[in-house]
Design a protein around this ligand. Structure first.
Ligand code: DQA
Length: 150
């Protein structure tokens, strides 16, 4: 059966392209989503992309993903990575295999970005490769589900 993945982009990622391009690159979120949709087509995966600036909305997306029997999540919780026990708890509750993505290498930036509440409840974290990290996450999630490494 065809796999169905959901990509969740957190706060301020709607500003990609404009926002600190020296850190986050010059591509817009729409361009990144389009690349993901193209790759998903190649891999024969059904993919949806959502963005919100609100913490509770991310929690709701994760709950809906469970109801909609989504097979895998790619999530960039953005600043909520470093603060949100609620998003961590939602991921733990639904147990959907997830990969955390960051455009920047959060480990080489300010100390408050080094810790992630969510990474330890994900299959893995990909950071520091710009928008390419999302494509890596898509391939890794697909591969993990194929090899039942989840
Ligand atoms: C980010 C890194 C976070 O620390 C930051 O708050 C973001 C973007 C990234 O993709 O590099 O908003 O998640």
């Amino acid at each position: 059966m065809q796999k169905h993945f959901l990509v969740i982009h957190g706060p301020n990622l709607n500003l990609l392209g404009l926002r600190e391009p020296e850190i986050y690159g010059s591509e817009t979120l729409e361009q990144i989503n389009q690349q993901l949709l193209n790759e998903a087509l190649n891999l024969q995966i059904k993919l949806e992309c959502k963005q919100t600036n609100t913490e509770g909305e991310i929690v709701n997306y994760i709950h809906e993903a469970f109801k909609n029997k989504i097979n895998g999540l790619i999530i960039n919780p953005a600043a909520y990575t470093h603060t949100s026990i609620a998003i961590r708890d939602a991921l733990t509750a639904v147990k959907i295999p997830a990969i955390e993505v960051h455009l920047s290498n959060i480990h080489t930036r300010e100390p408050f970005r080094h810790f992630s509440y969510t990474a330890s409840v994900c299959l893995g974290q990909i950071c520091g490769f710009g928008s390419y990290g999302y494509l890596l996450a898509l391939q890794a999630l697909n591969q993990s589900l194929n090899s039942k490494l989840v």
